[in-house]
Design a binder for this molecule. Structure first.
Ligand SMILES: C[S@@+](CC[C@H](N)C(=O)[O-])C[C@H]1O[C@@H](n2cnc3c(N)ncnc32)[C@H](O)[C@@H]1O
Length: 229
């Protein structure tokens, strides 16, 4: 493997290549009560949070004290490092402790249709060995091959310390890598590709080197037909 970190363009929000982002027809307003000054509202019992729906600051009863706006505030673990692993290519690790439940980083990229994804795989990405795709919604894919965040470097493990959550904000979805447990500084971050990736047909043929006791042997779901999920 080359020592040069693969180049990609870091983006602050998803890029909609073939369509404009949808706007929500109406906002769902939670029933939280604005907390005392200096405290944050919309905690674990906020109905929007329970439904994986971020509050709108313009109509949330907690206003600027709403804590259910992590994607809008672009929260993330600040000190993450891309590094070369022994047998998994590049990976992503944390340089600081992370608490269970924290949003580590948003998985961003270009939002494209399955059809355009197929086309890119036969043209632009035809010589690529690694693919950086995540299933979006309604037949669309997040393509982080050239534009995205460091989340694209997160490797697969059959016993991961992170997982992907889909959250709604306005009319669109946001995908975040969340800590499934407390994670110590200097640990590599992993999620289970079985539940999240788009190109299972490619990954189901790749040997897994996650090293966990319950390793399934390959990094993608075992499928017979292309893109079956
Ligand atoms: C989304 S990329 C992850 C970043 C990648 N390691 C890199 O160097 O850019 C997915 C690719 O990483 C490698 N990979 C991820 N998890 C792995 C694992 N558990 N064992 C072996 N290879 C892995 C495979 O080559 C896979 O196709």
């Amino acid at each position: 493997m080359s020592n040069r970190k693969p180049f990609f363009t870091r983006i602050r929000s998803n890029i909609f290549v073939e369509r404009k982002p949808y706007k929500a027809e109406e906002d769902i307003i939670c029933q939280c009560v604005r907390p005392f000054e200096g405290e944050m509202g919309c905690g674990e019992d906020c109905i929007n949070r329970m439904l994986f729906y971020e509050c709108d600051p313009n109509c949330c009863p907690c206003g600027d004290q709403c804590s259910n706006r992590r994607f809008q505030r672009k929260e993330r673990t600040k000190e993450l490092q891309v590094f070369q692993t022994k047998d998994r290519g590049w990976g992503l690790r944390t340089l600081v402790d992370i608490k269970k439940g924290d949003l580590v980083i948003e998985y961003r990229g270009e939002i494209i249709s399955h059809q355009l994804c197929e086309e890119r795989m036969c043209t632009t990405y035809v010589n690529e060995k690694n693919f950086y795709f995540l299933e979006y919604c309604n037949g669309e894919v997040i393509d982080a091959c050239t534009k995205g965040t460091e989340a694209r470097f997160i490797n697969h493990s059959c016993d991961p310390n992170c997982h992907i959550e889909k959250w709604c904000r306005g009319g669109e979805a946001h995908f975040g890598v969340f800590a499934s447990q407390d994670i110590e500084a200097k640990s590599e971050l992993f999620y289970d590709y079985n539940f999240s990736t788009f190109n299972n047909s490619v990954e189901s043929e790749q040997a897994c080197h996650c090293g966990s006791e319950n390793c399934r042997g390959t990094i993608g779901r075992k499928v017979s037909s292309r893109h079956a999920r």
